[in-house]
Structure formats: C-alpha cells, structure tokens
Design a binder for this molecule. Structure first.
Ligand SMILES: Cc1cc2nc3c(=O)[nH]c(=O)nc-3n(C[C@H](O)[C@H](O)[C@H](O)COP(=O)(O)O)c2cc1C
Length: 367
C-alpha cells in the first residue's frame, strides 16, 4: 500500500486525485470575490456602489459571516450514490435548489439585463425572481422560457401596483413574491439616482406612466397581511412573502394565505443591526412547519453556505449579488457558469455530509 512517504517520494500529494484515485473536481469553486473585483473594474462606480449597497459592520459581511460560522457534523460510511439536486418549488420542478433573487436594474450590469439572467437560469433548469423595478419588459423575460416569480413592491399608488402585478401574471409569472421589509430605505444605502445616470435603464418599463418617474416605489407604509389575499385574488397566483425574520410573522403570513416565505435581510440593504438570515431561518422553519415552503437569501457566497441553509430547513436558496457580478463580467454564459459551479460543488459538499437525498438534510447535520 502506498503511504504518505511514498507519495512524497513520488513528488505527489496524498490528496492528489492521481495518488488517491479520487475523482478530480470537474468544476472550479465559484469565486464570488474574484467576480466582484472583476465587475468593479468594468462597471461605473455608481453602479458598483448601488449593487454593493451598504457594506461593513451593518452590511452584507455579517450575513456571509454567519453562514460561515455554521459547523457541519458529517456522517461517514454512508451510501451517497443516489444523491441528486432536483427538487420542486411551489410545484415547479427545478434541477437544483439554487435560484436567482429578484434584483432591480440588471440592465445596469449588462445590456440584456434580466433576459440574460433568464437564459442562464433556463439552461441550468432553475428559476428566477423578477424585480418590480426591472428595466426589461415582462414579455421579453418570459419569452426565454425559464420559470419566473414576480417580486412585488406595493407602491403608494395601489392602482399602478395592481396593474403592474396583473401584467406580470398575464405575461407568465408563476408566483408573486411580496417584499415586506422595505417601509423605507436606509439613507446609507447608495441610491439608484436617476438624475446622475446616463440613462435610466428603462426603469419600470412595465408600469404605465412609470417611464417618466411618476409611479415609483419609495417604500410601503400601509402593508398588512391582508395584502397577501389581495394579491392572490387579483391574479390567482400563489403568494410568497419575502423579508421575514421572525417565526410569529411567518406564521401570520401563512395563516393569511401565503404558501411560502423568504427569510431575508434583503442582502443587508434595509434595516441595520437585524438578526441575520442564518439566525432567523430555524425559527421560521419551526413556526410554519410543513404548511409553507421556506426559502432563504442574503450573504450566500459558497456551496457550504448553501448546504448550511438547506440543513437549517430552507427548501431552496436565492443568490443575489454573485449573479450581478457574473452578469456584468460575462453575461448569460458567466451566470450559467456561476450556477453550475454552485451546483457541482454543492453536490460534493452534500456527499461529504453523507446524505443520499436532499430530504436527508436536517439540523442534526449542523451546529
Ligand atoms: C442591486 C440589488 C437590487 C435589489 N433589488 C431588489 C428588489 O427590487 N426587490 C427585492 O425584493 N429585493 C431586491 N434585492 C434583494 C435581493 O432580492 C436579495 O434579497 C439579496 O440580494 C440577497 O442577498 P445577496 O445579494 O447577499 O445574495 C436587491 C439586491 C441587490 C443587490
């Protein structure tokens, strides 16, 4: 038998696949920091500032840090040969539980914006969220063929909101994602400042009268759980509530008819000093039980982060900024690569946890 000394003598490391016979990794680890640095080189500063949002003590670092603090308790000596990543979200089959979060103004990252994102998502067989503040027409996104959920900001102008949501439903959105964590916007968050932009990237092209900036989202102050029913009745679509960080709120959403909740700090872009998504997820999962699907986003930067989220009870996760950085640096191909990297490496991590199916993931596997 060959030992470490033999390997050293032969000039190879013991964990070198050539030495151990282990399968070489066919996909590199997704390098989100590298993508961000590259994107910062190619994008105008004001776009980078807007995409990053507040960073540092009250920003995104803390969400990512919390995911990194989760520790795995892996099983060994388990058959993992049956493991696959395919699952469903609200009944829609997806090839993996790695979805793309709704993010405004993707045309600031790439001229094709959400159409490019949808192409990548379609090729990976997953699903994307489309922001109320997209600069791309719903019909163009839907034409790509990838399943999409429409993210709803309720504007002061309820009539405009109703029209926007109805248009999204008619264009082919499969669910509505009602964002509830934004009664106002943190002044430290770099603004998407239309006046200083060379163009407005067609902001709100789907809202009648939106192009001239009259009907814009400035935060919602009169939201209630009744709005879940309002949206459901308006469109017949299932409603997911995004931005929930407490079990009691999640419960109230489900009692009011929501079929899913997204545990989210909005990527650290809203309220400073909240608990982080990783902290809130177990409480929310416990509160809703099997009566709704629970998803999570914010600060997920590695396949281990995603695995931790799945262990803590998320049915699927949403990636945010990593997708924007990929989009900015290489359009749909780069987004596709990013998603593929996450999937391949997620599968490796899950095998290392000793599971043979997504259903085997649970809190027992983490501390
Ligand atoms: C540039 C940008 C724009 C966003 N726009 C929206 C939006 O319009 N609606 C919304 O609900 N969330 C929006 N988000 C939040 C994302 O949906 C998601 O919660 C967050 O980005 C996840 O965190 P991550 O970026 O750390 O992955 C935005 C995020 C970014 C970075």
């Amino acid at each position: 038998m060959r030992g470490p000394e033999d390997a050293a003598r032969a000039g190879t490391a013991v964990d070198d696949p050539a030495t151990t016979g282990a399968e070489p990794l066919d996909e590199a680890l997704p390098d989100v920091d590298g993508l961000e640095a590259e994107a910062a080189e190619v994008l105008p500063d004001h776009v980078v500032g807007y995409f990053r949002g507040p960073t540092g003590a009250y920003g995104i670092a803390t969400d990512a840090d919390r995911w990194s603090q989760v520790r795995f308790r892996p099983h060994v000596l388990r058959d993992t040969s049956g493991l696959g990543l395919a699952t469903t979200v609200l009944g829609t089959p997806v090839a993996s539980p790695v979805l793309v979060a709704p993010m405004a103004q993707q045309r600031a990252a790439h001229p094709d914006g959400e159409v490019a994102t949808a192409r990548a998502v379609g090729r990976r067989g997953t699903l994307l969220g489309v922001s109320s503040n997209t600069g791309v027409r719903f019909a163009d996104i839907d034409a790509v063929g990838a399943p999409w959920w429409f993210q709803v900001y309720v504007m002061d102008d309820r009539e405009a909101t109703a029209e926007l949501v109805t248009r999204a439903a008619q264009a082919g959105a499969r669910a509505l994602v009602l964002t509830v964590d934004t009664p106002g916007v943190d002044p430290r968050r770099p603004r998407f400042e239309p006046r200083s932009w060379p163009e407005r990237y067609g902001m709100q092209v789907n809202i009648p009268g939106g192009e001239d900036g009259r009907r814009v989202f400035r935060g919602t102050r009169d939201l209630s759980v009744r709005d879940i029913g309002w949206l459901r009745e308006l469109t017949g679509l299932p409603v997911v509530v995004k931005g929930v960080l407490r079990g009691d709120d999640a419960r109230a959403c489900v009692d009011a008819g929501a079929v899913g909740v997204v545990v989210s700090t909005h990527g650290g872009r809203c309220l400073n000093q909240t608990v982080r998504s990783a902290d809130a997820l177990p409480e929310v999962v416990a509160a809703v039980g099997d009566q709704a699907e629970v998803y999570v986003d914010s600060g997920l930067r590695t396949p281990e982060h995603v695995a931790a989220a799945l262990c803590l009870g998320a049915r699927a996760v949403f990636l945010g900024r990593p997708v924007l950085w990929a989009l900015a640096t290489g359009g749909d191909r780069r987004v596709e690569q990013l998603l593929e990297g996450f999937e391949t490496q997620l599968e490796r991590v899950l095998r290392s946890l000793g599971v043979n199916a997504l259903a085997e993931l649970g809190p027992d596997l983490v501390v």
